[in-house]
Design a protein around this ligand. Structure first.
Ligand code: SDX
Length: 435
């Protein structure tokens, strides 16, 4: 009997089954042989929210939640944040290795070349109300790009896929800036190809009437680092959405829009906006103990705390705290930081949070930095979606190139009615409580 195996006894039949263990997993399909009769469908695994289910094999991002480790293609996130630019890390995530000097230059030139948007984008951007949430505008606009590039549907052509990947990486900042300018009623600013990826993003956001926008280098570098930290995070909710929607072989614009929609949720990428709202609600350091008591009494969650994988401090939060000090050196200290630090100090000493292994995650401090940089809370998740588009596209490409993958279609446990006799309309009784 192979050592790397598990033997299961079905007590219903006294039958034994030996299943191979591969990479610490058993194949769910191997359970289907466990039957009580030839007609029996066989055993399925049941795992709501995929708490203990591997959906794929991946070489993109490695996380060790207990040890607080995060690596992109084997490189620790702390090292990449210190030594690389975001586009350099984007290259690593998309093409498996860090680029050499010439490769990086060509990559940056190609992305810079694609920052412009088709003029028709303005027309569907103008269709949004003045107070439309920028994330809803971004999701819709990304999807609408599928109408501008219909050839993107040919996802089986690697060269065509690569062209769409470059377009999406390049155009997300342009779309994000347009959504922001629309919400303020300001004219759109066209990309400036003299500027770096992040400096150009700041240019499209904040240039007014000056002839040439000049970004503050400290703020630009801090945002570049934040983009690196947010670029990918293995099989999170939005990456799963990208893989699931992408598995139907839809074009990458519609798949990316689906992933961005998942990110917008307050339990996922929308948490950074909720953190700042929570800190506003707390109002001052003195109110922190009462707020924590509310949470412990089951009234709401501490936004920016907790993680499905990290049962230790999110390594990104540590780097973000460092970046915060750089930004505050330019913008002045965001008073919310003191409330956040007090919240963290008390929570990390409190058994309720210790027992549940709840630590600050990537969203806890990022919103405070963005606000200090001048972003409205509604823009915070947009700032998450820009870099995470690289991760989604890396996951999408890996899924398409994985021979084991096919269209995602989970099973269910049926808990509904057995077959029922049809009742003609004339004979139906009104529901006791109308729906
Ligand atoms: C991101 O997956 C990723 O990798 C995501 C992300 C990425 O880069 O893609 O890292 C980005 O989404 C970070 C997470 C941002 N979300 C938040 O900050 C929202 C607040 N956090 C929680 O909603 C929660 O911690 C989750 C959603 C992040 C994780 O939830 P889980 O893994 O489903 O854990 P759970 O809800 O089952 O909680 C376990 C226990 C529960 O208590 P009990 O029922 O055991 O008594 O911990 C409690 C929860 O009530 N709990 C919290 C809490 N998070 C969990 N209690 C108070 N405050 C919290 N934040």
């Amino acid at each position: 009997m192979a050592q790397n195996s598990i033997t299961i006894t079905d007590n219903r039949t006294q039958q034994n089954y030996t299943l191979p263990i591969e990479d610490g997993t058993i194949r769910a399909m191997d359970l289907r042989q466990i039957k009580t009769s030839p007609e029996d469908f066989g055993i399925m695994s049941y795992d709501p929210a995929f708490m203990n289910t591997a959906s794929c094999r991946s070489t993109i991002t490695f996380i060790d939640g207990d040890r607080g480790i995060l690596r992109y293609r084997g490189y620790p996130i702390e090292v990449l944040a210190e030594h690389c630019s975001f586009l350099e890390v984007a290259y690593l995530l998309l093409f498996h290795d860090l680029p050499a000097k010439l490769e990086l230059k060509l990559w940056v030139d190609q992305i810079t070349h694609h920052t412009m948007l088709h003029e028709t984008t303005k027309k569907f951007m103008e269709g949004f109300r003045y107070n439309a949430h920028p994330m809803a505008m971004l999701v819709s606009t990304v999807a609408a790009l599928a109408t501008v590039y219909p050839e993107a549907r040919d996802i089986h052509d690697p060269a065509n896929r690569l062209l769409q990947v470059k377009r999406l990486v390049a155009k997300l900042p342009t779309m994000a800036a347009m959504a922001y300018r629309h919400s303020l009623g300001f004219p759109y600013v066209y990309p400036d190809n003299d500027l770096s990826y992040v400096e150009n993003f700041l240019n499209m956001l904040w240039k007014m009437v000056e002839p040439k926008y000049v970004a503050n280098p400290i703020l630009a570098r801090a945002l570049d680092i934040l983009f690196i930290l947010h670029a990918d995070h293995e099989q999170n909710c939005s990456a799963n959405a990208m893989r699931c929607v992408g598995s139907s072989h839809v074009d990458p614009y519609l798949a990316t829009a689906a992933a961005a929609a998942a990110l917008a949720g307050p339990l996922h990428g929308g948490a950074n906006e909720e953190v700042v709202k929570m800190l506003d609600e707390i109002g001052s350091k003195n109110n922190v103990p009462a707020y924590i008591k509310q949470i412990k009494d089951g009234h709401g969650k501490l936004m920016g705390f907790g993680h499905r994988i990290y049962k230790n401090y999110d390594p990104r939060a540590k780097v973000i705290k460092w970046a915060a000090e750089q930004v505050f050196g330019v913008t002045g200290r965001n008073p919310k930081l003191d409330i956040a630090l007090e919240l963290e100090r008390i929570a990390l000493e409190d058994d309720y949070f210790i027992k549940r292994k709840l630590y600050p995650n990537v969203d806890f401090y990022s919103g405070i930095i963005y606000q200090a940089m001048g972003f409205k809370p509604e823009m915070f998740t947009v700032l998450f979606a820009i870099p995470r588009t690289v991760g989604w596209l890396a996951q999408w490409q890996e899924m398409l190139n994985d021979p084991e993958q096919k269209i995602a279609r989970p099973r269910q446990i049926w808990t509904g009615h057995e077959v029922r006799e049809f009742v003609p309309l004339a004979k139906r009784n009104a529901l006791a409580v109308p729906r």
